[in-house]
Write a protein that binds this ligand. Structure first.
Ligand code: ZN
Length: 266
């Protein structure tokens, strides 16, 4: 198949970049759309990226998307969007509200993943549906302003939703998805080694972030430093303040070295 895919609006932060709620429509249409394009290409399909990142106006953006789609003959055109406005679930728009461009399959697949299926609706008023020549579907994956939708989407991830749509459109996903070695995943011993390294780094970080400070000559004070610190505080050399002596381990070492060298006995 030759498939045109459009990642919704322009990029985040530009004019008309889409809905913003718990999710950012502009970011997530790309987080779904680009992996979807990659997967379909790996399955042998030709994918035309009909995304326009920057336009001065919304109408310029819509016109550019249709130009990209209409440059060649397409078997289907899919425009990926995220909805807003207080609803919940997925919905699709086609020119006459009938099932085309895999609209029904995509909605069923999203429903199976846990989203409410709001059905296929009349999209004849929507610019990219009306002005693309190919059978077109504008898909609203879910609502950016719904907590439950956003949480479900986050659990699936953009790549997970891309898998769902890829199966709906192409009937399958590229084979490496299930093969841990080709995906570059770790075997058990590599995993254990990495885990050990991370735990080591964690311990070092913990020490760096929470260095041991000795404020009092108590049980926490290391045995090797106690006599020196006692001597210096009894002589009034080490005073500290209301919060204690504030000695780090390095400072303790320095004091003990100086003490052994006889610095304080002169
Ligand atoms: Zn949108």
């Amino acid at each position: 198949m030759i498939i045109g895919i459009n990642c919704g609006h322009t990029v985040k932060g530009t004019v008309g970049s889409g809905a913003v709620g718990y999710l950012n429509e502009s970011d997530e249409t790309r987080a779904v759309g680009y992996p979807l394009m990659k997967k379909l290409r790996e399955l042998g399909h030709t994918v035309i990226d009909c995304t326009d990142d920057r336009s001065a106006t919304v109408s310029e953006n819509l016109r550019k998307i249709c130009e990209l789609a209409n440059r060649q003959w397409l078997d289907m055109f899919l425009s990926i969007h995220f909805n807003s406005g207080g609803g919940k679930g997925c919905e699709a728009y086609t020119y006459d509200g009938t099932d085309k461009a895999c609209a029904g399959k995509m909605l069923t697949a999203l429903k199976n993943a846990g989203f409410t299926d709001r059905g296929i609706k009349d999209g004849s008023r929507l610019y990219v549906v009306r002005n693309t020549k190919a059978p077109a579907c504008l898909l609203e994956v879910c609502f950016v302003d719904s907590i439950t939708d956003s949480e479900l989407y986050r659990r699936l991830g953009g790549d997970g939703v891309a898998d769902i749509l890829c199966r709906a459109i192409a009937g399958r996903v590229p084979e490496y998805e299930g093969d841990s070695n080709e995906k570059g995943e770790l075997d058990m011993s590599q995993y254990e080694e990495l885990k050990g390294m991370i735990e080591g780094i964690d311990r070092k970080l913990e020490k760096l972030e929470n260095p041991m400070i000795y404020n009092y000559i108590d049980d926490n004070m290391p045995e090797w430093a106690r006599a020196t610190v006692e001597k210096l505080s009894s002589r009034g050399v080490l005073l500290g303040d209301g919060d204690g002596l504030k000695l780090s381990e390095d400072m303790l070492r320095m004091l003990v070295i100086c003490d052994r060298a006889g610095v304080f006995d002169k």
